[in-house]
Ligand binder design. Structure first.
Ligand SMILES: O=c1nc[nH]c2c1ncn2[C@H]1C[C@H](O)[C@@H](COP(=O)(O)OP(=O)(O)OP(=O)(O)O)O1
Ligand SMILES: [Mg+2]
Length: 201
C-alpha cells in the first residue's frame, strides 16, 4: 500500500485525511504514529507560513516527503479571528471545547446574517532538498448559536454549512470530505501533482 505522511499531531485532521486518501489506496501516517515527540513551534503569522514551517521541519527530520496542514476558522464579525490562532484561541492547553465557548461568547448578540465565517486550510508539501509547494482550500458558512452534531473535531459543531443545511459536525466523514477546506486543498494538490495522487477523486 502507498503511504503518505501527514505532519500533524491532530487526530481529527488525521481522520479527515484517511477519509480523503484511503479510497485511493493510501495509508495515512501521522506524527502520532512515527515521531510522537515532534511538536513544531508555529511561529508564522499566516496559514501558509505555518504549513511550510511544519512541513519543512518534519521532512528534514524524517528525510522524506511529507504534507503539513495549517488550518483554522475566520469569523468576519471578529475581524478574521481566531484565524491562525484557532488551535489555542482560549489560551492554555489546546481545547476544542474552550475554543468554541470563547467564540460563542464573543458572538453573543451578533445576528445570524452577521455570523459569516469560513474554514481555511493550507497544505504544504516538503521534501528534503526540494522547494516546498503549497495548496489552499476554503469552505464558507456561518457560526451557530449553540453546538450541533457529534462528528468531526475542532469548531465543526458550531459551523453551519448552508449548501447542505447542516452543521459540519452533522455531516458524515465522506460528506465533510466532499465540501471541506481540507478536501478542497487536497483536490488542488491532486490537480497539480496528478502522478503522485493520480487516482484521487
Ligand atoms: O476541519 C476542521 N473542523 C473544525 N475545526 C478545524 C478544522 N480544521 C481546522 N480546525 C481548527 C482546529 C484547530 O483549532 C485549528 C487548527 O490548528 P492547527 O495548528 O492547524 O492544527 P493543530 O495544532 O491542531 O495540529 P497540527 O498543527 O499538529 O497539525 O483550526
Ligand atoms: Mg498546530
Amino acid at each position: 500500500m502507498k503511504r503518505v505522511i501527514i505532519a500533524t499531531q491532530n487526530k481529527g485532521k488525521a481522520k479527515d485525511f484517511e477519509t480523503l486518501l484511503s479510497p485511493l489506496g493510501y495509508k495515512v501516517l501521522t506524527l502520532r504514529d512515527i515521531a510522537e515527540e515532534m511538536d513544531v513551534e508555529e511561529t508564522g503569522i499566516t496559514f501558509e507560513e505555518n504549513a511550510i514551517i511544519k512541513a519543512e521541519a518534519v521532512a528534514e527530520a524524517l528525510q522524506t516527503t511529507v504534507i503539513a496542514d495549517d488550518s483554522g476558522l475566520e469569523i468576519d464579525a471578529l475581524n478574521g479571528e481566531p484565524g491562525v490562532y484557532s488551535a489555542r484561541y482560549a489560551g492554555g492547553e489546546k481545547s476544542d471545547y474552550a475554543n468554541i465557548d470563547k467564540v460563542l461568547s464573543k458572538l453573543d448578540g451578533v445576528l445570524d446574517e452577521e455570523r459569516t465565517a469560513r474554514f481555511r486550510c493550507v497544505l504544504a508539501v516538503a521534501a528534503p532538498g526540494q522547494k516546498t509547494i503549497t495548496f489552499s482550500g476554503s469552505c464558507e458558512g456561518h457560526i451557530l448559536h449553540e453546538r450541533r452534531g457529534e462528528n468531526g473535531f475542532g469548531y465543526d459543531p458550531i459551523f453551519f454549512v448552508p449548501t447542505i443545511n447542516k452543521s459540519m459536525a452533522e455531516l458524515s466523514p465522506e460528506e465533510k470530505a466532499a465540501i471541506s477546506h481540507r478536501g478542497n486543498a487536497l483536490r488542488e494538490l491532486k490537480r497539480a501533482m496528478p502522478k503522485w495522487m493520480g487516482d484521487m477523486e
